[in-house]
Design a protein around this ligand. Structure first.
Ligand code: HEC
Length: 160
């Protein structure tokens, strides 16, 4: 009887350890966007003034997302599209001095930047379409793709 009890207890123990390990694993999967304990992002060396310039640009990017979201909430999709195109889209490249920074970036990072600019321009088109179709979902989906481009570059690269 006592032996049986011991076997039962150790069985429960093994199960719960397994469960805890699985949970830990799941949490890591969720947080694997550059925030896990081991930083696997590639360091990209830019001249110091370009680091500051790029990081300041990033804050503008986030500000643009806020403005886009607010314009959508006000029922002004055309305005949202205009902000996206001017601040994040293909039209924003020169304003951001992209060419100067791009030559220091590894190819993968350049591609991530291009993906973001293209996604923003696609969103701008979808946002214009809302005015015609009244259908917001495609625009929201396209905005999600813009954010996915932010997330994927952040997961791969760091400047500091
Ligand atoms: C081509 C790559 C790339 C893309 C695309 C990108 N970022 Fe970044 N971003 C970076 C890097 C690299 C850093 C610096 C991270 C570090 O060194 O820790 C950064 C930093 C930031 C920061 C922190 C700024 C600070 O003051 O420290 C914000 C906010 C940010 N990005 C927002 C965005 C948003 C919003 C988007 C999308 C609309 C975006 N980024 C797209 C590469 C990118």
């Amino acid at each position: 009887m006592r032996v049986l009890f011991a076997i039962l207890v150790s069985g429960v123990l093994i199960l719960s350890i397994g469960y805890a390990a699985a949970q830990h694993h799941m949490q890591q999967d969720h947080m694997d966007h550059g925030t896990s304990a081991t930083d696997t992002r590639e360091f990209v060396h830019l001249p110091p003034q370009l680091v500051e310039h790029t990081i300041a640009n990033m804050r503008d990017h986030l500000f643009a997302l806020q403005q886009i979201n607010e314009a959508l909430a006000r029922g002004e999709p055309e305005m949202a599209g205009k902000i996206a195109e001017e601040q994040l889209g293909m039209s924003s490249l020169r304003q951001h001095g992209a060419a100067e920074v791009a030559k220091y970036m590894p190819q993968g990072m350049q591609d991530a930047g291009t993906a973001m600019h293209k996604a923003a321009s696609r969103f701008a088109i979808e946002a214009q379409n809302v005015g015609v179709t009244g259908e917001l979902k495609p625009a929201l989906g396209a905005l999600g793709e813009v954010m996915a481009a932010c997330v994927s570059c952040h997961a791969g690269y760091r400047l500091k």
